[in-house]
Design a protein around this ligand. Structure first.
Ligand SMILES: *[C@@H]1O[C@H](CO)[C@@H](O)[C@H](O)[C@H]1NC(C)=O
Ligand SMILES: *[C@@H]1O[C@H](CO)[C@@H](O)[C@H](O)[C@H]1NC(C)=O
Ligand SMILES: *[C@@H]1O[C@H](CO)[C@@H](O)[C@H](O)[C@H]1NC(C)=O
Ligand SMILES: *[C@@H]1O[C@H](CO)[C@@H](O)[C@H](O)[C@H]1NC(C)=O
Length: 420
């Protein structure tokens, strides 16, 4: 019994490897690895290799010429990443994609949402990096290999959260909305725009100066090193973190099936013996690894990494957003300012129809977990995540009274200066 179970896993792994190789080999053009011009390979001396010609004509110089900014929002689910994504999506010169790695995961690891298996993880990361590289190059055809069913004639209606990208809901990609309706609801976009023409989407990407991609499926910044160091990219990583207690609470509300046992704990006051603790510990481990790397300022992250606490953004959206744009070296256009004004606290129009209504009182929302989790659950989280809470400046509570006393702030003032 045990043996056959192992065999199944092995088979599954083998098939993943084969699928991955097949995808890399037979679809879309591979993204070349070009030599980097540097004093060591710059043709000094007779033995030096001549600089590769195909690469010389390749994307390295194309990027340099326009010098796009490639923004990566590195986040985890329920950490406020949709909000941060909007800060870029609303910019008129940004082509934004909402979690394209969803397709990589569903194609390669259909059943497991949080695979701890090293081999699977490596396959998924390798594929993710390749895809991100291509997307920053506006090569959207590359994504097609992962979309099920595979697009025909470069057209699909299966792109994950297409409606979350303004660029994919407006001309030239979709003509269904007038200029005044640029902020159409996600569902309206999917309903009114015809199938997505990937050729037009790629055109739209090329027309815009910058590309921003939000991902929640890469565990930590170290996994992105190859991309960060890729000289063809001008990658800037905005890592979003949030109090793990807040993440847990929000996931319990949102992912009702997967977090069912946590709800039972909350309702009964008793921790189920078969609770999947990794649903919490993985978040804390990933944050700890990632933030430790980021804050230790390794040379490869110089000028390329900014750590943002969701709570700081929620308390002061406009100011924090300005800091983010400064770090990116981009100007923040009026659309972004307007979006923040209408969708966060301080907004005058309190119409209920706005989709981001929950974000409006963002500061209160960021801390609402305190009223939703039991003290036992919070206490437990504080033990498991002790180190990362301290590192990020989130205070532990010692009693239920402290937990529920909202005038007692749990967020220590910290400035995480971007490493420039
Ligand atoms: C590359 O970018 C640098 C800095 O922006 C610029 O000085 C240089 O001329 C560019 N090179 C090419 C080939 O575009
Ligand atoms: C794809 O394009 C070809 C040539 O234009 C056409 O014959 C075919 O019907 C198209 N397929 C679909 C599914 O639209
Ligand atoms: C997608 O757009 C391109 C560029 O306009 C066009 O040539 C192509 O026919 C379109 N594809 C479909 C299936 O409509
Ligand atoms: C709540 O916290 C505030 C600030 O620390 C404190 O002054 C107040 O006494 C606390 N209220 C209760 C009911 O414990």
């Amino acid at each position: 019994m045990h043996c056959s179970w192992k065999a199944v896993i092995l088979l599954a792994l083998a098939s993943i490897a084969i699928q991955y190789t097949a995808i890399r080999t037979f679809t879309a053009k591979p993204f070349q690895i070009c030599p980097v011009p540097s004093p060591t390979n710059c043709g000094l001396g007779p033995d030096a290799e001549p600089f590769d010609r195909t690469c010389e004509e390749g994307p390295y110089f194309a990027y340099n010429a326009s010098r796009k900014t490639h923004i990566l929002v590195l986040a985890t689910t329920r950490s406020g990443s949709s909000f941060v994504g909007q800060l870029f999506n609303q910019h008129s010169d940004v082509f934004y994609l909402f979690e394209p790695l969803y397709h990589v995961q569903t194609a390669l690891i259909p059943r497991l949402s949080h695979s701890k298996n090293v081999a699977e993880r490596r396959v998924m990361l390798g594929a993710s990096r390749d895809l991100l590289r291509s997307l920053y190059d506006c090569d959207l055809y590359f994504l097609e290999s992962y979309i099920k069913p595979q697009p025909v004639n470069h057209t699909t209606d299966k792109l994950f959260r297409r409606g979350a990208s303004r660029a994919l809901c407006s001309p030239p990609v979709c003509d269904a909305f007038g200029p005044g309706e640029a902020n159409a609801e996600e569902g309206d976009c999917v309903k009114k725009c015809a199938s997505l023409n990937m050729t037009l989407a790629a055109d739209s990407c090329r027309e815009r100066r910058h590309v921003a991609i939000k991902i929640v499926r890469v565990p930590e910044i170290g996994d992105l090193r190859a991309l960060v160091e890729d000289p063809r990219l001008n990658l800037k990583v905005v890592q979003l973190v949030r109090d793990p207690r807040g993440i847990l609470s929000s996931r319990i509300e949102t992912f009702r099936d997967t977090y069912r046992l946590w709800r039972i704990w909350r309702a009964t006051g008793r921790k189920p013996y078969n609770l999947d603790l990794s649903q919490l510990t993985v978040v804390c481990e990933d944050f700890l690894n990632s933030v430790s790397t980021g804050l230790s300022r390794p040379h490869w992250l110089k000028g390329k990494y900014m750590l943002v606490r969701y709570e700081d953004l929620a308390r002061n959206p406009l100011r924090k957003t300005k800091e983010i744009y400064e770090f990116l070296g981009m100007s923040m256009d009026q659309n972004v300012v307007r979006w923040i004004q209408t969708n966060t606290r301080g907004s005058k129009e309190l119409s209920a129809k706005h989709k981001y209504g929950t974000v409006r009182d963002s500061a209160a929302n960021a801390e609402s977990w305190r009223l939703k989790l039991s003290f036992e659950m919070v206490d437990y989280t504080q033990n498991v995540c002790q180190q990362v809470l301290r590192q990020l400046g989130y205070k532990a509570v010692k009693s239920s009274d402290e937990l529920k006393n909202m005038s007692l702030t749990l967020i220590q003032d910290r400035t995480f200066v971007p490493f420039l």
